[in-house]
Design a protein around this ligand. Sequence first.
Ligand SMILES: [Fe+2]
Length: 387
Amino acid sequence: MIILLSVIFMSGHTIWNFQIPTRIIFGEGCLDQISKITTEFGAKKALIITGRKAMRQHGVIDRMINLLEPIEAHSFEEVEPNPSFETIENAIRVFKEQNCDIVIGLGGGSPLDVAKVVAALSKKEKTIAEFFVPPIKIESKDCPMIAVPSTSGTGSEATPFSVATDTEKEEKKVATHRLLFPETSLVDPLIYKTMPKDVIAQTGLDAISHAIEAYWAKRAQPITDTIALDALRHIFSNFRIAYQDSGNSIALSEMALGSLEGGMALSNTFATASHAISFPLTAKYNIPHGLAVALTLPLFLEFNAPSIQNKISGLLNVMNVKSIKEASKFLTKLMKDIGQPTRLSELGIGKDDIPWIIENGFTPSRVANNPREVKAKDVEDILMEIL
Ligand SMILES: [Fe+2]
């Protein structure tokens, strides 16, 4: 009997679960459906939360306000990259002053992340700083949230994460809660045509990191593996094309899909060491998030390889290479091809900065999900190698 049970136990998968509660609507022109969605929620006044320039400049805000009629809409256009707690507080204040009952995050990951917190927290007696200290104790949302992404990278439209910066402590904080998933995401690749070249490059690198980290994460499971590899297929075949020709509808659509899938996979596995080390690089040295993550990704691939032997063939296949060393070079070459630096010194970071980066990026809880145990010395070696 004991033998039989062990065979059954050994032959099956370990227990895992997969959850994406967000309704995802994908395709060119799907923004037109926004009024139908807000009507389904019974909303009367929407707050559109967005960044400071791009969506206004490209006429997306005006178009959205027109599409939302007869529902009234007000816009909050003050979200900076890596938004501060203060920006979230300001967005909540405007939401209350305007008596809104639905929130729409429009733009890159930052506006979406701010909108998620507004929807979760606007009527609660909690400070933003308290909210970003785990575990988050909330039972319900205060209003529905719709995500309309404009960059193919963060995957925030399909994740339960919100990232904000504690500017006083120069620290990036991540809030994770199932109620931070958007209710509905409208992924319209036509909006992605507003991306400048550098944004395509840096957010695309973020999407790659999400898919690769989801694939090798300790919490990975069969569904996330499948989605992560598919994300990489779409991205690797189209990244250079999208970067060179930001008007290429097919390439942008494929990047949008890859980014969405990267977010879906990551939403269930969570991130690993490359994301952990990226946080101090962004908080103190202002390195765009996607680039900050990608800087260490090729070397973490080499570092993690011994612990993901059963998965390596999947990664090599999507990159069309034969060894981990080649895969690592594939990623570095891709970064160079899309005009991005691959070394810390190119970004003004020197040897003396490394101890601070390790101290602030390397925390046991942030790297616990990495497939191979990471020690501070390993991080130091990796950072020295990309100096
Ligand atoms: Fe990311």
